[in-house]
Design a protein around this ligand. Structure first.
Ligand SMILES: *Cc1c(COP(=O)(O)O)cnc(C)c1O
Length: 407
């Protein structure tokens, strides 16, 4: 019945360039600058894996240039692992929305994080400072050392003390998956000093928060979530300055974690409705958070100070009963779609994180994470209310024999 509003974040929309009007306009026009010259209205989908060229001397020079600099190729593409015009439109649009000089897209959010870690590790900077909680698989990728990284876990206040001479990256998520904990991005960026700060902005999206304006050098998205927005495309992207983008393009070329052009097409289309979806879904989420916080069957509600369409809550009984009880809401992992999803982080999204690390990260076994969609708020509440009702009725039934046994 207590609503936790993690009270340290920066107010939404404080960056004037992120004013709602400007953002909504960029969302539908950015990345499409070349269409008029092509005589097109809708962005085309280029599925070519290769491109003809009779001038192999010129191609040799262009490839040398890419190998040396990582700069986006000028002129026609060469090969789809290097460059694709459909994907490039999505990258330009996302960079515009995040207010960065560039963006580099990948096959998934995890492929994007992998590229960042490989780019830093290649320079000998293998140490990462991580602030928990992070998305379960990000936590696993850092902690397992799979890519040769060594991680020091800390909280926002401990960042400056954890940075070492070989620290290549500081990583935070805000609002964090799944507790929706927030950090003060400007303070965190100051604590990083010269070390690049990576902010996973998947939950807030550039509609609610633009981390680059607060000093983050790298902004990561699982584009699978709100950017795509319809649960039908897997992708990842890093928004950053052009220098870092060049390193990421070289890693992407060498390791092959490219975004498929059809995914790039769907993501560009998804961006055009992102501001509208985020506002509508956030309004419904705020109302559901309010009702859950007033409900005696719910012990605690986590809803970010920043707003957003994610609500997490701890129930007074068995959370698995709520998952079993929903009918309209889909019990499934992932988030950010037009329809509402609910899942139990301890069993699914954060299962790969050790139980003790889940506990210290604030991920209670009673916690449920809900991604609120575009359905009618009353229909959603009716479904939640019924699922919670099942829970308390069963608890009463179960309590009876337990008490008798104790006597
Ligand atoms: C889903 C998710 C990821 C991983 O993205 P994939 O597209 O599934 O690889 C990373 N960070 C956050 C916050 C996520 O929710």
């Amino acid at each position: 019945m207590e609503t936790t509003r993690h009270a340290t974040g920066s107010p939404a929309h404080e960056d004037p360039a992120a004013a709602p009007g400007a953002l909504a306009t960029h969302a539908v026009h950015a990345g499409r600058e070349d269409l008029a010259a092509l005589g097109l209205h809708a962005a085309p989908l280029d599925l070519s894996t290769t491109y003809p060229s009779h001038d192999s001397r010129a191609e040799a020079a262009r490839l040398d240039d890419f190998a040396a600099t990582g700069a986006q190729l000028e002129g026609p593409p060469v090969y789809a692992r290097l460059d694709n015009p459909t994907v490039a439109r999505f990258e330009r649009a996302l960079a515009r929305l995040e207010g960065t000089g560039a963006a580099v897209a990948f096959a998934s959010g995890m492929a994007a994080l992998t590229a960042v870690l490989l780019a830093r590790g290649a320079g000998g900077l293998r140490h990462v400072v991580g602030v928990r909680p992070l998305y379960g698989c990000s936590d696993h990728l850092l902690g397992s050392g799979l890519l040769g990284t060594e991680v020091t876990w800390t909280n926002a206040a401990g960042i400056a003390g954890a940075v070492r001479p070989d620290t290549g990256l500081v990583m935070v998520e805000t609002p964090a998956n799944p507790t929706l904990a927030e950090v003060d991005l400007a303070a965190v960026a100051r604590a990083c000093g010269e070390v690049p700060l990576l902010v996973d902005n998947t939950f807030a999206t550039p509609v609610l928060q633009r981390p680059a304006a607060h000093g983050a050098r790298l902004v990561l998205h699982s584009a699978t979530k709100y950017l795509g927005g319809h649960g039908d495309v897997l992708g990842g992207v890093v928004a950053c300055d052009e220098d870092f983008a060049r390193e990421l393009r070289r890693v992407r070329f060498a390791t092959g974690g490219v975004l498929h052009p059809l995914a790039g097409y769907l993501l560009l289309r998804g961006l055009s409705t992102l501001p509208v979806r985020m506002r509508a879904q956030s309004a419904t989420a705020a109302e559901l958070a309010r009702r859950l916080a007033a409900d005696p069957r719910v012990e605690r509600v986590h809803y970010p100070r920043l707003g957003g369409a994610m609500v997490s809550f701890e129930v007074s009984g068995d959370p698995h009963e709520v998952i079993a009880g929903v009918r309209l809401i889909t019990p499934a992992v992932s988030l950010g779609s037009v329809d509402t999803l609910i899942q139990h982080p301890g069993s699914i999204s954060h299962r790969i994180v050790h139980e003790e690390d889940r506990r210290t990260g604030g991920i209670s076994e009673r916690l449920l994470r809900m991604s609120v969609g575009l359905e009618d708020v009353e229909d959603l509440w009716r479904d939640l209310d019924a699922a919670l009702g099942t829970l308390s009725a069963r608890r009463r039934e179960q309590r009876q024999p337990q008490r008798q046994a104790a006597r």
